[in-house]
Design a protein around this ligand. Structure first.
Ligand code: PEP
Ligand code: MG
Length: 581
């Protein structure tokens, strides 16, 4: 019987294939009573399983080399950390001895206890880590149950992997890395969000994926025909002939479109009226720079360095940071590299940080940097040292007050003086810029223009703070509205003021990478965009068909609209105009 399920489409494209269900070991665990002597054997079995999984993760990490998305390594390291945590390795042993039960059951009981504790964290990042605990336990349980293949879909002789859609409750980072060696048509999972590692991997492999499809693993049967529409987040199970034909046509159209866009890689981003547009890349870890180059990025517009600090027990040293920054600068071969100082706190908190009531309004980003001068100096010195190897620009997040900008500039001077005293070379003329991501910064932009060399609009946070919507809370996600007139007013004011004063300004929030906003931004006067590398071809395509002279007056009219639906309609019209002309 044909039916449709809905989830969150996290990687575009359409796939048609047969379902391959991944096993869900935790649910299959038996509860057995054992004798005291058997209990000791269970403990030995548990130790052996932990060791085997630790070795396996190390092998996977090594084998994945540079081809896997770098964020995955952060998750793998986190899993390795959990695998050595006595809460997971030792506590179940006490349960085995006390309750006289088998190793699998003891481990699952301890996992449930830990998950409950994680659920009580206020910090959403820490709360999310419960999924990592479950994934780690799932692997160990599979090892205990003698499933060395981790429940990875076995390759049937008669079916090509390109025709298989993996359906799982959840996929761990290690599963996803192992998938790189396979060639599956699509992924579907019961749980997960847009920034889950499954989503990240699927995007980097350009494979359609839907996450958060409630009960998919339970409702779909192995071998059943599936259509995965990664754009709309729709999973069609057992489709009829007519629907299959329709989706086959859509799939071919999408693939044709993608091939066409790929060919734009070396085409300069220039509008019809001859205005050159800079399309830069956002990266999270040094290994991402290669992908940025391959996508045709003219440079790095945002290097989110805080990912170097997350998922570890200590701070990266000056030398470690320097090596990471230098690697990016070298990879980019003279193209500009904008390194943002750590944006920690908020939803990216360090293990050592107290969780405030409102993390997004607390000691985040530059506020934390100024409160932790040693940590800030270490990073500034590392960035300055890397500036000798190419064109480095220094970007500082979440600035809001004039005194804060001055204190930040003084810290940069202090780092420079220290390096001069140590006779270490750096670019004396390094440009220092600020993120405009708090409404007060967009409104009182003159204090930024007076003091800084360049600006970057962080629309993700600007929208969060303007509309008072926690960007990591799915309960208010529907209110997250990039085309709210208040957001547009702030964006327009910031861009116009910067252009007037001759200060370069870019947009590096998610809005910059969405082709549906490209013409709007061009009409507002924006000339520098920074986005995920995979989004560059789509935005470039829009740039090539735009005429800034024609767009400017139309966008001025949009700015006068006073309600979101009217703005949405007008922006849609602006985009369809392109197709008509
Ligand atoms: C933003 O806020 O738009 C931005 C680019 O920074 P982040 O997403 O890292 O907060
Ligand atoms: Mg931000």
């Amino acid at each position: 019987m044909s039916f449709a399920l809905h989830g969150l489409g996290v990687s575009e494209g359409i796939a048609i294939g047969r379902a391959r269900l991944m096993s869900h070991a935790i649910r299959e665990v038996a509860h057995l009573t054992v004798t005291p002597r058997q209990a000791e054997k269970e403990i030995t079995r548990l130790d052996a399983a932990f060791n085997a999984v630790r070795d396996e993760l190390a092998r996977l990490k090594e084998g994945a080399g540079g081809s896997a998305p770098s964020e995955l390594f952060v998750f793998i390291d986190l899993h390795v950390m959990f695998l050595s945590d006595p809460e997971l390795t030792e506590a179940p042993k006490a349960i085995i001895r006390e309750k006289r039960c088998n190793a699998e059951w003891a481990l699952v009981r301890q996992m449930e206890h830990l998950v409950e504790r994680f659920e009580q964290f206020e910090d959403p990042y820490l709360r999310e880590r419960k999924y990592d605990v479950v994934q780690v336990v799932e692997r160990v349980v599979k090892e205990l149950m003698g499933h060395p293949a981790r429940g990875l879909p076995r390759q049937g002789k008669s079916v090509n992997e390109e025709d298989l859609v993996v359906v799982a409750h959840d996929l761990s980072p290690a599963d996803t890395i192992a998938f790189k060696a396979h060639n599956f048509a699509a992924f579907v999972t019961d749980v997960g969000g847009a920034t889950s590692h499954t989503a990240i991997l699927a995007r980097s492999m350009a494979i359609p994926a839907i996450v958060g499809v409630d009960q998919a693993r339970a409702l779909v049967r192995d071998g059943e025909w599936l259509i995965v529409d990664g754009m709309r987040g729709v999973l069609i199970v057992d489709p009829d002939e007519r629907v299959l034909d329709e989706y086959q046509i859509r799939k071919e159209q999408h693939e044709l479109e993608r091939a066409k866009l790929k060919r734009l890689r070396s085409t300069p981003a220039e509008t019809l009226d001859g205005v050159g547009i800079s399309l830069l890349a956002n990266i999270e870890l040094p290994g991402d720079a290669k992908g940025a180059l391959e996508a045709g990025a003219e440079g790095i517009g945002l290097f989110r360095t805080e990912f170097l600090f997350l998922g570890r027990g200590d701070m990266p040293s000056e030398d470690e940071q320097f090596e990471a920054y230098r690697k990016v600068v070298k990879t980019m071969e003279g193209r500009p590299v904008t390194i943002r100082t750590f944006d920690l706190g908020g939803d990216k908190s360090l293990d050592t940080q107290r969780t405030p009531t409102n993390p997004a309004l607390g000691r985040r980003a530059i506020r934390l940097s100024l409160a932790e001068p040693r940590m800030f100096q270490t990073q500034l010195r590392a960035i300055l040292r890397a500036s000798r190897f190419g064109k480095v620009k220094l970007l500082v997040p979440m600035l809001s007050h004039a005194q804060q900008i001055d204190a930040m500039l003084a810290a940069v001077e202090e780092a420079k003086t220290g390096l001069r005293n140590d006779r270490i070379a750096f670019d004396e003329a390094i440009e220092v810029g600020g993120m405009i991501e708090v409404p007060c910064a967009a409104l009182a932009i003159n204090m930024f223009l007076k003091r800084l060399d360049f600006l970057s609009l962080g629309t993700n946070d600007l929208i969060q703070y303007t509309l008072a919507i926690d960007r990591s809370d799915e309960q208010v996600a529907s209110l997250y509205d990039p085309l709210h007139p208040a957001v547009l007013m702030l964006v327009a004011h910031a861009i116009t003021s910067a252009v007037k004063s001759g200060t370069p300004i870019s947009v590096c929030g998610e809005m910059a990478g969405s082709p549906k906003f490209t013409r709007l931004f061009l009409g507002l006067g924006l000339r520098i965009f920074s986005m995920h590398p995979s989004q560059i071809p789509g935005v470039k395509n829009r740039v090539l068909q735009a005429d800034t002279q024609e767009l400017a007056p139309l966008v001025r009219r949009i700015l006068r609209l006073d309600e979101t639906p009217k703005v949405v309609e007008a922006v849609e019209k602006l985009n369809t105009m392109e197709k008509e002309s």
